[in-house]
Design a protein around this ligand. Structure first.
Ligand SMILES: [Zn+2]
Length: 70
């Protein structure tokens, strides 16, 4: 299974988006980050949603750290 760059013509998997996808990721990870993707194993993200995904995973890590401190 290879993650990373994807071919042309693939659309973002986030519901209601439809932009050209630039990255493919495990759909589970994307769901954990709070993005709405279908039930496929692989999720394709456009630039904007990939940014979103990265932002949200960062936040989650911070929250986890706070929890462990408490
Ligand atoms: Zn998108």
């Amino acid at each position: 299974m290879s993650l990373g760059r994807i071919g042309k013509g693939v659309k973002c998997s986030v519901s209601g988006c439809g932009q050209d996808a630039v990255r493919s990721l495990s759909a589970d990870k994307v769901r954990v980050a709070g993005l709405r993707v279908g039930s496929e194993r692989r999720a394709y993200l456009c630039k904007e949603h990939y940014k979103d995904y990265k932002k949200k995973t960062k936040k989650d890590k911070q929250v986890e750290q706070w929890r462990y401190k408490a």
